[in-house]
Design a protein around this ligand. Structure first.
Ligand SMILES: Cc1ncc(COP(=O)(O)O)c(C=O)c1O
Length: 345
């Protein structure tokens, strides 16, 4: 079979030989007894990087986000988030199923990035018959908005608004590593403005499995209980945690290469195409959203691209999505962009 240029997602990467070796060699124990030395090492390292007291390894980003919602809320509470947020669109109503809370989506005026002005009207009055505004959840980078990055000052203003209203701050930082490489801020600088932070190892960092939730010790101990209730207690998880640890240590800085590939992909398309639109203001990290004017319907466009050896995915709002990552080269990204222009003009 021909090798596809697979730009569907940064989750499609395979572990490198060095990562596989680290996984094979990892010391392990029973993590339900909190005895897996590699999981413990990963959790301590993540907590240190984010400047939090503790962290918990979780099987997925969805679970890490849902653990955060579970530890912050009680029945009848509400989580304020952006209308295109992953937690709202791609976590299959988990917050209402698992934590029995309501999500309150707010449309951001700027590229998926909320401001304090966007959020203020969504905060509920305090009345027994109304939901309690308990958590503000931000997503950085913002996946559906095209990998956009929050300006630090914007988060600072939102955090001040949250504090003034007894609201907890959660960061869906599945791609926080990309945000840091783009902005030059450290993970801790972002994390300092949040009570809890979820991060993923299986996106741009290229590990096969896992995420972590970081926050205060007591909340993370509660999260461990919920993880067990939800069937996420793992035994010799050090095998997969070693992949995450390797990724954390070796693959963060190289995300700049993925960002350069996305910029180049967008540049080629924008220079050469009359019918494909890209909002280059959104191309800050590794995601490119494309609109094909007057082209075929999107599933048809995707199958035409596949015939040319290229895999893209459906974005939201009638857009196609291309995501760069460590398993595609700069040349492959350029070739994909030229092929797109050839197909759709
Ligand atoms: C912003 C964001 N949060 C959370 C997740 C969930 O991660 P997982 O697929 O590991 O559950 C994703 C997955 O793509 C994501 O993009």
């Amino acid at each position: 079979m021909n090798k596809f240029i697979d730009l569907r997602s940064d989750t499609v990467t395979k572990p490198s030989p060095a990562m596989r070796k680290a996984m094979a060699d990892a010391p392990v124990g029973d993590d339900v007894f909190a005895e897996d030395p590699t999981v413990i090492e990963l959790q301590e390292e993540v907590a240190a990087i984010l400047g939090k007291e503790a962290a918990l390894y979780a099987p997925s980003g969805c679970m890490a986000n849902q653990l955060a919602i579970a530890v912050h809320t009680t029945t009848g509470d509400e989580v304020i988030l952006e209308a295109d947020a992953h937690i709202y669109n791609y976590e299959t109503t988990a917050a209402s199923v698992l934590s029995r809370v309501q999500l309150n989506p707010v449309k951001a005026a700027d590229r998926g990035l909320l401001s304090a002005e966007d959020i203020r009207p969504a905060i509920r009055e305090k009345a027994y018959y109304m939901p309690v505004s308990r958590v503000i959840a931000l997503e950085n980078t913002h996946n559906r908005a095209g990998g956009t990055v929050y300006p630090m000052e914007r988060i600072r203003e939102i955090a001040a608004l949250a504090r003034g209203n007894d609201i907890m701050m959660h960061l869906d930082g599945a791609r926080l590593w990309n945000a840091c490489v783009f902005s030059g801020h450290s993970p801790k600088e972002y994390a300092d403005l949040f009570d809890t932070v979820s991060v993923c190892f299986s996106k741009g960092l290229g590990a096969p499995v896992g995420s972590a939730l970081a926050g205060p010790k007591e909340l993370i101990a509660t999260a461990r209980r919920f993880r067990k209730i939800w069937g996420g207690g793992m035994r010799q998880a050090g095998i997969i945690a070693a992949g995450a640890l390797y990724a954390l240590r070796h693959h963060r800085e190289r995300l700049a290469e993925d960002h350069a590939k996305a910029r180049r992909f967008a540049e080629v398309v924008c220079n050469d195409s009359k019918h494909i639109e890209i909002d280059r203001n959104r191309v800050e990290t590794n995601i490119v959203l494309l609109k094909i004017e007057g082209g075929p319907d999107l599933p048809h466009a995707l199958s035409m691209l596949k015939e040319k050896g290229m895999l893209l995915s459906l974005g939201s709002h009638g857009l196609l999505r291309a995501v760069t990552h460590m398993d595609v080269t700069m040349e492959e990204c350029e070739n994909a962009a030229y092929a797109l222009v050839d197909l759709f003009g």
